[in-house]
Design a protein around this ligand. Structure first.
Ligand code: SF4
Ligand code: SF4
Length: 310
């Protein structure tokens, strides 16, 4: 937690209407300005925070919508990640906390995540997720987060000397294989060769948001190493991962052995929509539309089709 970050907030309140939790809950303590006040109080003491303070800080989505609204450029995401680390350090170890840490660890282990993703998919097909949602409570909440699997998982190719390097991510790679393959096709159609470094892992954004800062920094070091040996741009198709990868320089700024490498890594990160040329995006969208319309009947053909007798 950097004290100078907290000092940048001048309590003007211009961020309030951009904060989803403030708009829904209508409580100053659930606004960016209110949370910054709570964090100032949190770090001024060494005691465990009250349940009320913890609840207001945990309710933040770390969406960073307040950052773009703030005229003082308050780095709210960084402040909240630091505050969550303080919360984790001061809370008692509970069973629920251990389950949460195990879930985060699963995301960062490819084999475990693949198994979990297949089991979730099977549960969906058997209707078990629907039952879990009907039961309510935390089980229903967890079931509602499970992504529907999109095609088979993505297997990238490690190609030394390629023009671009794909950051495949963790859940994206397991559950959104079709999107990953489409991303590679799009980049190759604009004439670039694409490599997917095998040693890469989860970006660590979920860990940082949950206050597991040490693990988040560990994952950042893995990725900096995995993409070393080339200065090819690192393309990412998940905006949340991209935002976190671009912040690796700040994340490892206090680690003299990694600070420079992390900064250089962050400078190479590009969102796929920013990297693909407008021409190739237009061509790709046109082909996707054409292939979609060749698969589904046109409105006039559908109207002309005989009505179902079942
Ligand atoms: S976070 Fe920014 S916009 Fe919000 S109260 Fe502080 S200075 Fe104003
Ligand atoms: S990060 Fe999002 S939810 Fe949290 S205070 Fe800012 S706008 Fe609100």
């Amino acid at each position: 937690m950097r004290h100078e970050d907290l000092a940048t907030c001048v309590s003007c309140g211009l961020c309030l209407n951009d904060c989803p939790t403030y708009r829904v809950l209508g409580d100053e303590a659930d606004s960016p300005r209110g949370r910054i006040q709570l964090i100032r109080g949190l770090i001024a003491e060494t005691a465990a925070p009250s349940t009320t303070t913890r609840d207001h800080l945990e309710a933040c989505l770390v969406c960073r919508a307040c950052e773009t609204a703030c005229p003082s450029l308050v780095p709210f995401g960084r402040i909240m990640e630091g505050a969550r680390e303080v919360l984790r350090e001061r809370e008692d170890r509970t069973f629920a906390g251990s389950v949460g840490r195990a879930a985060l660890d699963t995301v960062a282990h490819r084999g475990r995540l693949a198994l979990f993703s297949r089991m979730t998919d099977l549960s969906r097909r058997l209707g078990l997720l629907r039952i879990a949602r009907a039961l309510g409570g935390r089980l229903a909440w967890a079931a509602s987060l499970a992504p529907a699997r999109e095609g088979r998982s993505f297997e990238g190719t490690d190609r030394p000397g390629a023009d671009l390097a794909l950051f495949a991510g963790c859940i994206m790679r397991e559950s959104f294989g079709d999107t990953e393959r489409a991303t590679v096709r799009l980049l190759e159609r604009q004439g670039d060769t694409v490599t997917t470094p095998e040693e890469q892992t989860c970006c660590g954004a979920l860990h940082a948001h949950a206050g597991e800062g040490q693990r988040a920094r560990e994952l950042a070091r893995y990725n900096v190493d995995a993409f070393a040996g080339s200065d090819a741009k690192i393309v990412v198709n998940a905006a949340g991962c991209g935002a976190h990868l671009k912040a690796y320089g700040e994340l490892l700024a206090d680690d003299p052995a990694w600070a420079e490498r992390a900064k250089a890594f962050a400078a190479r990160v590009r969102d796929v929509s920013g990297n693909a040329s407008g021409r190739s995006l237009g061509r790709f969208c046109k082909r996707s539309r054409a292939s979609r319309s060749s698969r589904s009947p046109t409105p006039s053909a559908a109207a002309a089709a005989p009505a179902s007798t079942t």
